[in-house]
Design a protein around this ligand. Structure first.
Ligand SMILES: [Zn+2]
Length: 474
């Protein structure tokens, strides 16, 4: 097929006007006239713009698929407003059924009282927008057998009242005490999440944990995107290291150095206004030791690091592990970085996986939690200037996987215009940069011989794609 439009190749071919696709590969590139004359019988399709296929470089597609079906609490900042939504849902569901939801962002941790009033006969489990804390009701606590005598799990905390009784707010790993009771999402949710991404013009997704690899394997032949898979740390030893099909690669293991800013669990060098400095989740020594085994198994190592302390520690771990790296390390989020750490990024085989769109909601959060240190947050241009590959994603379900949100946040930085990137850089980070971060050197650009994974645009928005040689529009 012959695709006509403004073609941005992101390769040595620069711009073109036409792409000829054959057998799932880019077969030829050039001007309208040239290709029109060369392939007179080929079916022709015209679009405003044609780019390499978009990658979503950090997502939890199964949770996204699940979220498409659960209570959407995005944008809610008052516990009362959330409780109202819960009460509405409770009226529709038979007693005893779980009510789940996610997306709220509160200033203070609420207690179970509001949820008990809203849904006395339904267990309720709601997660904050960053998924690093959860709000539950009394029924959920009692089903989980949680009481005053329940100890905090490692890497987590149950908030308690003055008598030591749990208030119904759970931080980090304590969420699992209740979360494990919920019906587990399965293959259907994973598929739904990936199909939604495909409809938004993505051709590749970097899966960042919280889903069992077997589910992806079971879908391997019918995956609607190419899937780069990072496994959770507790699963990697049982999984087939380096498993690689046409649309699925088990490529890396994901570690967590810290939590997130909104839940005040991002691990900081400078304290939050309340004097706390966040949480270390997996100790740097632990990441180094086990990370070395991961690298020796031929896998990649990807580490979640949001706070300044976490970023610093993980950079040093990467420097120590450098001799074992066979593919680029990845740092996920890299949200708060001090000047002192910037030079430590260079000289590493490392890709930076960022989600500028979080700025759209988090600018206010940064001002509140790190007053006076806004310049250290979301340093898009400074990180770009390290010369390392930069890859963009949404962290769906934390934010919806919408390309335009990253475009807006990165070109109109809400905290610091000095950190703005250009639209072309944003496109690169969603295509070629992400492909480099995945270690998929053939992907993310348009050149003869490359797989024909393309995103098609009208009015500045993705409206379709070519995936594995097939045209899908609308
Ligand atoms: Zn994530």
């Amino acid at each position: 097929m012959l695709l006509l439009g403004k073609v941005t190749t992101l390769s040595e071919f620069g711009e073109a006007e036409a792409v000829f696709v054959q057998n799932g590969r880019i077969a030829d590139l050039g001007s309208r006239e040239e290709l029109g004359a060369r392939y007179p019988g080929a079916p022709r399709y015209t679009f405003e713009a044609i780019t390499p296929g978009l990658h979503e470089a950090h997502a939890h597609p199964q949770l996204w698929g699940q979220q498409l079906e659960s209570l959407d609490l995005q944008g809610l900042t008052e516990p009362e407003a959330v409780a109202q939504k819960v009460a509405e849902r409770a009226r529709q569901l038979p007693p005893g059924r779980w009510i789940r939801g996610a997306g709220y962002l509160f200033r203070a941790y609420p207690t179970r009282r509001l949820l008990d009033e809203a849904a006395p006969h339904h267990p309720v489990y709601l997660q904050s927008r960053d998924l690093h804390s959860a709000w539950v009701n009394s029924l959920a606590l009692s089903l989980a057998g949680i009481g005053a005598e329940t100890p905090d799990p490692p890497g987590g905390a149950l908030l308690r009242d003055e008598h030591g009784a749990p208030t119904g707010y759970l931080l980090e790993n304590a969420q699992a005490l209740v979360g494990r009771l919920l019906p587990a999402p399965g293959k259907a949710e994973l598929k739904r999440g990936l199909e939604d991404l495909a409809r938004r013009g993505y051709t590749a997704v970097h899966h960042m944990g919280w889903c069992r690899f077997e589910l992806a394997l079971a879908l391997a032949d019918e995956l609607p995107v190419r899937l780069w898979w990072a496994l959770d740390r507790d699963q990697w030893l049982e999984a087939p290291a380096g498993w690689h099909g046409d649309r699925l690669e088990f490529a890396a293991v994901k570690f967590f150095a810290d939590g997130a800013l909104g839940s005040r669990t991002a691990w900081m060098l400078e304290p939050y206004p309340d004097g706390s400095t966040g949480m270390m989740l997996e100790a740097p020594e632990q990441i180094e030791q086990e990370g070395r085994r991961v690298l020796e198994a031929g896998l990649g190592l990807t580490v979640h690091a949001i706070g300044t302390r976490a970023v610093r520690e993980v950079l040093e771990v990467f420097h120590r592990l450098k001799p074992w790296a066979r593919r680029p390390f990845r740092m996920e989020h890299v949200q708060h970085v001090r000047d002192a750490e910037l030079p430590r990024f260079t000289g590493l085989p490392l890709a930076l996986s960022l989600q500028p769109m979080h700025l759209l909601d988090d600018a206010e959060l940064v001002r509140r939690h790190q007053p006076g240190r806004e310049a250290e947050a979301f340093r898009l241009r400074d990180l770009w200037n390290t010369g390392l590959p930069v890859a963009f994603g949404s962290d769906a379900p934390v934010m919806p996987p919408i390309f335009e949100l990253n475009l807006r946040a990165a070109t109109q930085h809400p905290l610091n215009p000095r950190q703005n990137l250009s639209p072309q850089q944003v496109l690169w980070a969603h295509t070629r940069g992400a492909a480099l971060a995945a270690g998929w050197l053939e992907h993310g650009h348009i050149r003869p011989g490359a797989p024909a994974d393309l995103t098609l645009w009208e009015g500045g928005r993705p409206i379709g794609r070519v995936f594995a040689g097939r045209l899908e529009v609308g």
